[in-house]
Design a protein around this ligand. Structure first.
Ligand SMILES: [Zn+2]
Length: 461
């Protein structure tokens, strides 16, 4: 049994059902789970490990619901800098087609280190291209060395160019092997228990890169094992046109037809969804990974975030990318969500002073999406808030720094209104991943060298 006490935080943001914010707050942790939350005076005075958080704000760990770790190898590629989604993909597919298992390892660790340094304690990743012997195992094993929780999505592409899909034929797989490998991964790695560090998700890439049959069979397999389903949906107008032309349905209706709706399904993006489609999400319990930076970066559009939240849809936050962001900063992403929702409100045309002005997203709501919202989307009732019984996943930021000067009357809002900073401490399951501002589980300078060498090799074959 090991105990951990974090105490004297200037403010502790619980994100519990009452959204309590506790001054001089702290947590008492036993074996990776929270036993007590409250003011420091109410907590035990001794523990195996004690962390003094005077001058710090303490929050639940941020949870990333959509990412492609391997794309950290192809950030800011010149030919893909100014392209729309389909052309961006066509530029990058051949480069990704050169990846090796070692590239998957290096990129997974790079992305997770970046995420953890921005307050992230759990991340979902969507790996859908497996060239040269790459396997999802490469990512899972690399993630385990970092100490960050992952939901590893077994992505797939089976609809090559010759069959009317977008990806070139040499990066697609045959559907039998995709399903066989999906089953193997679930049986080998999926942990359904509270406190799980690894969960498996089935995630055919998008309507324009897999067949309807693979979507249906993946859904049946996922439900047989009780794992979640994930895909890209309603990201761009091009995708909508593709679905209407090829399948005779808009993307959401197409998913309904394929049995791809339910509380075990979440979609990345959902930029082009109507109010009826939002209502279908609510009724069926589908979740959304909102990825504001990627949607801006690729000029895809602005998702109706506030409309989805108002309707009662589960929404989490995703950095997406990393070739369409091109960073993995979760606090920065929450800030983007807040700002972009405000821009959308303005573009709606209603005056801010009008009585019927649409509500705008607050800093606290944006943080809620990145914590409670993301946990709900991933189906994790053991994550997302700081309460007794939940996983001891949190991060703390030093408020006594230049970036927050003049904003300390509301440190919670300052985290998003001021420029995004890095976490001083990130703790997952009661263990440090970031300590004193440093990532502790890996040698970062060595990792950056390996990562840059891999990236150079991929771009200059
Ligand atoms: Zn994506």
């Amino acid at each position: 049994m090991t105990t951990f006490l974090a105490r004297h935080a200037d403010v502790l943001v619980t994100m519990d059902d009452h959204r309590r914010e506790i001054r001089d707050g702290g947590l008492f942790i036993r074996d990776g789970f929270i036993e007590k939350v409250g003011q420091t005076a109410e907590l035990p005075g001794i523990a195996d490990e004690i962390l003094d958080l005077s001058d710090h704000i303490l929050l639940p760990g941020l949870i990333n619901t959509h990412h492609h770790f391997y794309q950290t190898l192809t950030r800011a590629v010149p030919a893909a800098q100014n392209a729309n989604l389909f052309n961006w993909l066509k530029t990058l597919y051949p480069i990704w087609g050169r990846m090796t298992p070692e590239d998957i390892r290096v990129s997974t660790q790079t992305a997770l280190a970046e995420l953890a340094l921005s307050g992230c304690t759990a991340a979902s990743d969507h790996l859908y291209i497996f060239p040269n012997g790459c396997r999802l195992d490469d990512e899972i094993l690399a993630a385990r060395e970092t100490g960050v929780r992952i939901h590893a999505s077994r992505g797939s592409m089976s609809l090559g160019e010759s069959k009317g899909g977008l990806p070139p034929d040499y990066v697609v797989e045959d559907e039998k092997s995709i399903l066989k490998d999906s089953q193997r991964l679930i049986e080998s790695y999926h942990d359904p228990n509270p406190g799980a560090f690894t969960q498996i998700v089935l995630a055919p890439c998008s309507p324009f890169s897999v067949t309807p049959d693979l979507m249906r069979q993946s859904a049946a397999l996922a439900r047989e094992y009780g794992v979640h389903l994930h895909t890209h949906l309603a990201e761009t107008q091009d995708e909508e046109a593709f679905c209407v032309e090829k399948f005779g349905h808009r993307p959401v209706a197409f998913m309904e037809l394929l049995d791809w709706v339910g509380p075990d399904v979440w979609f990345a993006h959902s930029v082009y969804v109507s109010s009826q489609e939002i209502e279908l999400y609510r009724q069926t319990g589908c979740g959304v990974a909102h990825c504001p930076t990627s949607n801006m970066r690729l000029a895809s559009g602005i998702a109706p975030l506030v409309e989805m939240l108002t309707a009662g849809v589960k929404v989490g936050l995703g950095v997406d990318g990393s070739a369409s962001n091109d960073g993995s900063h979760m606090l920065g992403e929450a800030r983007q969500a807040m700002l972009l929702a405000r821009l959308k409100a303005a573009l709606g045309g209603a005056s801010r002073s009008a009585e019927n002005a649409p509500p705008i997203l607050t800093a606290r709501q944006a943080l809620e999406i990145a914590t409670r919202g993301s946990a709900a989307v991933l189906g994790r009732d053991d994550l997302g808030s700081l309460e007794p019984g939940k996983c001891a996943d949190f991060f703390a930021v030093n408020l006594n720094q230049l970036d927050f000067a003049g904003a300390l009357h509301d440190p919670v809002a300052a985290l998003l209104f001021c420029a995004p900073v890095q976490a001083n401490y990130t703790v997952v399951g009661g263990k440090f991943v970031v300590k004193d501002g440093q990532f502790v589980t890996l040698d970062i300078p060595r990792l950056v060298n390996q990562h840059n060498a891999a990236s150079k090799r991929l771009l200059n074959p």
